[in-house]
Design a protein around this ligand. Structure first.
Ligand code: SAM
Length: 472
């Protein structure tokens, strides 16, 4: 029944295959010889399949777990260097016709404030985001064919790309909206979106149906097959994710990797990113009501195993996680974080009153973007606002083949330095700017090619004189 190339959700995410995988992982969780063989294979940096990776996730041997962490850290360094890309979510509308039990936007919630931004309000929100220094957004909306039709999303994308305020610009709009048709995905592709992000929430069909009792999202197959339709519509960067806490994490982990394997097998390109959100406190949602909540330790282990299993896939950790958790997890393979986020509709331009709250969930990391940047620099990461790959047409398999050959490093590192420089000149607080300048000077020495280093130096000087948007 399990068929990685099938276009039917229940065949490429076959329940039986997941159960057998979990059984195999459980039986081998302390099988040192097998774990060592899997780690040796992982060191080749070509990834692992869902069965192999599930054994690592199940492993309970402290020494081997430490090896898993060390390898994840090393693979992250090899593929992503010390760069961390920054983004912010932009909530367009929280009108929603679904009945998701974990989300406060569900239709039956009558006391949450319902809001939808007009194009004028989007200009104000995006101007506020530009003034923070953001260049990359993920737009978010509830599913409501009447209130949030695709035309509204397309208009909003067009508005966002055209806002030019001071030196600000949003250069990449990623989109996190409900599963839709091939024709609609094609329109999103033509509108120039970056990644299409859709969280599976849970890969377990039975749990999925219980958690999505009503609304269009209740159709498991339609939701699970969405990425295939997105790719058919021309979108070749897609972002997967599960909402940890809804179902057993080992089940979700196997499902997530099977989904990645399916995309690779059918479309020749795996997911561009994987997000690892955990259920959070929200308006009428209590995360403790979900029986599968995971500890911070397990959360870190999941991240490390994802990094090892799919080395070329970016990993995103949002402000759902606290500074303390982000401190721990970031080195294990995270490549993107959000900063200064608001999960309310219109929250960047005008903070909401308590009795007028439209938030999707409570943010745990409440630091400003500048504080997040300073934190990253203090930990020797290069905060990057780079959007070059997608704007240079390096998406899908073109991005992946560059990444796999290691060539991507020649563009990413200098691009990170140049976009950080823009941030420091235009938006940073004095202390952040000083720390950032020191980091750039230090990192210049790590550009291997003398020719590239010379070009970067020239461009850094030009940024100080007012030029913007250089990229390799
Ligand atoms: N409505 C779209 C959909 O159905 O995919 C857009 C996504 S929604 C705005 C973004 C994501 O937030 C959801 O996919 C879900 O995983 C996550 N989310 C919902 N409720 C949450 C909660 N209480 N805590 C943390 N994340 C939550």
């Amino acid at each position: 029944m399990y068929d990685v190339k099938s276009m039917s959700a229940e065949e490429f995410i076959a329940h039986e295959e997941i159960l057998e995988t979990l059984d195999y992982a459980e039986k081998n969780k302390n099988n040192i010889a097998l774990i060592e063989r899997i780690l040796e294979k992982a060191k080749l940096r070509k990834g692992l399949n869902h069965r192999e990776a599930s054994v690592l996730l199940a492993c309970e041997l402290p020494e081997k777990i430490q090896e898993i962490y060390n390898l994840a850290e090393q693979i992250k360094k090899d593929f992503y260097g010390n760069r961390i890309v920054l983004f912010a979510p932009l909530y367009l509308s929280n009108y929603c016709v679904n009945g998701c039990l974990y989300c406060p936007y569900h239709l039956k919630n009558k006391h949450i404030a319902r809001k939808k931004l007009t194009q004028e309000e989007i200009i104000k929100e995006v101007t506020a985001l530009q003034d923070m220094g953001h260049k990359r957004l993920a737009i978010e909306a509830g599913e409501d064919p009447v209130m949030n039709p695709l035309e509204y999303i397309l208009d909003s994308i067009n508005t966002i790309y055209n806002i030019k305020h001071k030196n600000g610009a949003i250069r990449r709009v990623n989109v996190n909206i409900a599963a839709t048709t091939v024709a609609n995905y094609r329109k999103l592709h033509e509108a120039g979106i970056g990644t299409y992000i859709l969280f599976q929430e849970t890969y377990n069909k039975k749990s999925y149906e219980k958690l999505h009792p009503t609304g269009p999202k209740s159709d498991y197959a339609y939701h699970t097959e969405a990425m295939d339709r997105a790719m058919e519509g021309g979108i070749d960067d897609v972002g997967l994710g599960v909402l940890f806490g809804l179902e057993g994490y080992k089940y979700e982990f196997a499902g997530l990797l099977m989904h990645a394997e399916h995309l690779e097998a059918v479309h020749g390109v795996g997911p561009h990113t994987i997000s690892v959100p955990r259920v959070k406190q929200a308006d009428d949602i209590n995360p403790d009501a979900f029986e599968y909540g995971i500890s911070d330790e397990t959360f870190c282990k999941i991240a490390a195993c994802i990094r090892i299993a799919v080395p070329y896939t970016g990993m995103i950790v949002s402000t759902r996680e606290s500074k303390e958790v982000r401190d721990k997890i970031i080195r294990l393979g995270v490549s993107q974080v959000s900063g200064g986020s608001k999960t309310s509709v219109g929250g960047y331009y005008a903070p909401e009153a308590e009795d007028d709250c439209s938030e999707q969930f409570d943010v745990s990391d409440t630091r400003t973007l500048d504080e997040v940047i300073r934190w990253l620099i203090s930990k020797d990461y290069i905060p990057s606002f780079c959007t070059a790959c997608y704007r240079e047409g390096r998406t899908g398999d073109r991005f992946m083949s560059l990444c796999k050959s290691g060539q991507i490093q020649n563009c990413c590192h200098p691009n990170a330095l140049m976009t950080l420089k823009e941030y420091l000149v235009d938006y940073a607080a004095k202390e952040t700017a000083e720390m950032g300048e020191r980091l750039i000077m230090k990192e210049l020495a790590n550009i291997p090619s003398e020719k590239v280093r010379k070009i970067v130096l020239e461009r850094l000087a030009k940024i100080e004189q007012g030029d913007r948007d250089f990229r390799f």
